[in-house]
Design a protein around this ligand. Structure first.
Ligand SMILES: [Zn+2]
Length: 338
């Protein structure tokens, strides 16, 4: 088969790769209905995270089970399934507490920008949909695999509750879906921080009530202006830079909540500022598996349409253009059709 491999900065290739095989009885092989490029893929594409060897790319996936290992009972060939970027057993203590992305047996699932994918720990990792979806529903289902699951965790980790004022730092696909998630959880006011018109419009469609164009300390001043100098009850940091993290902490009221789901790059927090800020901090790689059954249900019953973040659709063999378009911020998120 042919799959996506990153060789170095800006060097993404679609080339012959070995077909994945069942290597453990707990594995499954799925045939992808669709996959996509993640904002986190761009860190290595841009050379900010080093690429030491040719690396198969892609970790967002949904599709039909092609083959299941001998120990896999709950997932069967022919079923449409969704999983997340960390495979998890869903039975260990961390999984039972809802932190499947810290599973004691966790394994990163890579190589999903390809027609076929091996998923380890298939029973714990994969969630079947109620049936094989219509073609139009696939982008919405694919979004649950990571980008919506991560946005949802941002809202969950920031303890979003009905009536709250929430600010979202970051207008990438995760930030936009964090807006949608905060709306689903009943936030009254949702301030989206974006200076990009197309993204602002999608944030408004997903439930944002206010747009702030400023960033950094100016953005903090605007949030304070909008909240009678109090600060937001919850701020969802969906970028991963020092500026965005400090912007989130400084925009939050004392006693409020900051979540962070952007992979941190060069973020250092000062103890004294953190001490005086009086905020709750909670984040990390999203335990998407915890949320998948609920998110699949919301999509299946057409209560949410998170697939709207895909504003570029390409055949899988044009994956390199998907990376370029996202790198240049011409596209919010590229969906790829094997
Ligand atoms: Zn586990």
């Amino acid at each position: 088969m042919r799959g996506t491999v990153l060789y170095g900065t800006g060097d993404i290739r679609f080339e012959d790769t070995p077909e994945p095989k069942i290597t453990k009885p707990t594995d499954a092989i799925i045939r992808l209905a669709a996959t996509c490029v993640c904002g986190s893929d761009l860190w290595s594409y841009r050379g900010i995270s080093p690429v030491n060897q040719p690396t198969p790319m892609g970790h967002e996936y949904c599709g039909i089970v092609e083959e299941a290992g001998s120990a896999v009972r709950t997932v069967k060939p022919g079923q449409f399934v969704i999983g997340s970027f960390f495979a998890s057993d869903n039975t260990c203590p961390h999984c039972n507490f809802g932190y499947q992305s810290s599973c004691q047996q966790r394994e990163f699932v890579g190589g999903a920008q390809a027609p076929l994918l091996r998923v380890p720990l298939a029973e714990g990792t994969l969630v079947p949909t109620p049936g094989v979806p219509a073609k139009e529903m696939i982008p919405n289902l694919l979004a649950t695999s990571d980008v919506l699951g991560t946005g949802w965790f941002a809202a969950d980790a920031a303890n979003v509750r009905p009536g709250m004022t929430v600010a979202v730092v970051g207008d990438g696909a995760v930030g936009l879906l964090a807006v949608l998630s905060a709306r689903q959880m009943g936030a009254e006011r949702i301030i989206a921080m974006s200076r990009h018109e197309k993204r602002q419009n999608l944030a408004l469609e997903f439930g944002a009530t206010d747009i702030v164009r400023e960033r950094g300390d100016e953005g903090v001043v605007r949030i304070k202006d909008l909240t009678k100098e109090v600060g937001a009850d919850a701020v969802l940091e969906c970028v991963g830079t020092e500026e965005s993290m400090m912007q989130a902490i400084r925009s939050t009221r004392p006693g409020g909540y900051v979540s962070y789901v952007g992979v941190p790059h060069g973020v250092e927090l000062r103890g004294d500022e953190l001490f005086l800020s009086h905020v709750h901090l909670h984040g990390g790689p999203a335990p998407v598996r915890r949320f998948l059954p609920k998110l699949i249900d919301l999509v299946w019953t057409e209560k949410i349409h998170p697939g709207k973040v895909f504003d570029l659709a390409l055949p899988l063999d044009q994956v390199a253009e998907g990376y370029r378009a996202m790198d240049e911020r011409r596209a919010i998120k590229a969906i790829l059709q094997p």
